[in-house]
Write a protein that binds this ligand. Structure first.
Ligand SMILES: *Cc1c(COP(=O)(O)O)cnc(C)c1O
Length: 411
């Protein structure tokens, strides 16, 4: 029987988010209705300019989704049949899917021991004479370590595309992500840190030739209209979505500040409750601002799914991003990867748990989340003591994992 909780805490909730800016959004809708232009109108152009300024890049092209931004970026950089595209094994499917759709082969790299992003130290072994591009993903809102990736790519003459779909506003050594590579890709999927009321995406680049190719690709390879230079796509950001995103962009920094505050609140509460014996808190890198698209924990001792179920019963929503690493996905069976090939990504898939995270999350809701997590470990501890059973696996220290960082690096 489904229980309902008056004090349920969802993993995300867009209703309060929209309510707070409802009148601004309705005014923007009204302007678009009155202007009567719905495809590639003044809001799309203005949004592209505002995003170029925000990211600190020369060119941006608004497209239909983050996935399309990746496809158009790779296409615009010349990726095609027979090429290889290297990316992280632990992410959403889009970078690999984009490569596959262009006839290229995705090649997966394992992640860092103490984080969720691609390990630059494992990159070189994944390169081959066919490697045409590296897609570096800034997962959960934390920049990947870009400098060694860019250096490796430069040495081998390979393009770097940044998948910044989860990381708008994150920076790396003082410059925004999506402004470092040959191209950056953003998503405005509704739950992203800057979300449309539907699908949307954007490509950023400092290369005018790439920007011009991608501009043509998003309108059927044409320019001028009805003169087709290449086989393209229909991949435009709607004028209505651009108007929504222009309203929301003004609030983005405030929302990011809230996410950072919430993450700090989780760090403090989880530590104070003594839960770092069971949980590894998100690493905070000193090289750049984490914008906490997700607050992603690792749950040790194989109890992630049991904890998740316990929290669900208490009305607390969590998410597992991502339960299956890309090299083990059914769609990539033909690539010849096996279980054990990329052990860190596999382990992350088994341990990761994302707690409720959205700017409107209240401190008392965070208290509840942490109390229920503490309650879960308390009962398991007592259960094992009283029954003498060993269903409770050993906590981290007993498994000799104390070398893993506890929470923020250096803490
Ligand atoms: C959301 C996301 C995408 C895809 O964006 P869409 O706009 O949904 O196509 C790609 N990569 C990552 C890491 C994402 O989180």
């Amino acid at each position: 029987m489904e229980q309902t909780f008056p004090d349920a805490v969802p993993q995300f909730d867009l209703r309060d988010h929209c309510r707070a800016i409802r009148s601004e959004l309705l005014a923007a809708f009204g302007e678009v209705l009155d202007a009567g232009q719905f495809i590639l109108g003044p809001n799309v152009s203005a949004f592209e300019e505002e995003m170029a300024a925000y990211l600190g890049v020369a060119h941006t092209v608004a497209v239909n989704s983050g996935t399309d931004a990746l496809i158009l970026a790779l296409r615009g950089l010349g990726v095609g049949a027979g090429d290889e595209v290297v990316t992280s094994a632990f992410t959403f499917v889009s970078p690999a899917e984009a490569a596959s759709l262009l006839g290229a082969r995705p090649v997966f790299v394992d992640i860092e021991a103490d984080g969720f992003n691609l390990d630059p130290g494992r990159l070189e072994a994944a390169l081959s004479p066919r490697t045409r591009a590296i897609v570096v993903v800034h997962l959960f809102g934390q920049a990947a370590d870009l400098e060694p990736v860019l250096e490796m790519a430069r040495l081998h003459g390979i393009a770097v595309v940044e998948d910044a779909c989860q990381a708008i506003g994150a920076d790396y050594r003082g410059r925004k992500v999506a402004a470092w590579g040959s191209a950056g890709c953003l998503s405005f999927f509704p739950t992203k840190n800057l979300g449309a009321l539907g699908d949307g995406g954007l490509l950023s680049t400092s290369d005018p030739a790439l920007a011009s190719r991608v501009r043509a690709l998003r309108v059927h390879g044409s320019g001028p209209k009805y003169h087709h230079r290449m086989t393209g796509y229909n991949s435009r950001l709607d004028e209505l979505q651009a108007a929504v995103l222009r309203v929301k962009l003004k609030h983005l920094e405030g929302w990011i500040a809230r996410r950072i505050e919430i993450a700090k609140g989780y760090d403090e509460r989880l530590r104070a409750a003594g839960l770092t014996e069971w949980l590894i808190l998100p690493a905070h890198r000193t090289y750049g601002r984490h914008v906490f698209h997700q607050y992603a924990l690792r749950v040790l001792s194989g109890v992630r799914d049991a904890l998740r179920e316990h929290l669900a019963k208490k009305g607390i929503g969590t998410a597992v991003y991502y339960p299956v690493p890309l090299h083990l996905q059914e769609v990539y069976r033909g690539l010849g990867y096996r279980l054990g090939d990329l052990p860190r990504a596999e382990r992350a898939a088994a341990e990761v748990l994302c707690l409720p995270m959205f700017p409107e999350l209240r401190p008392e809701q965070q208290d509840r989340v942490v109390e229920e997590i503490a309650g879960f470990f308390k009962t398991r501890r007592e259960g094992s003591r009283h029954s003498g059973s060993c269903y409770l696996q050993q906590p981290r220290e007993a498994r000799g994992q104390s070398a893993l960082p506890r929470g923020p690096l250096g803490a």
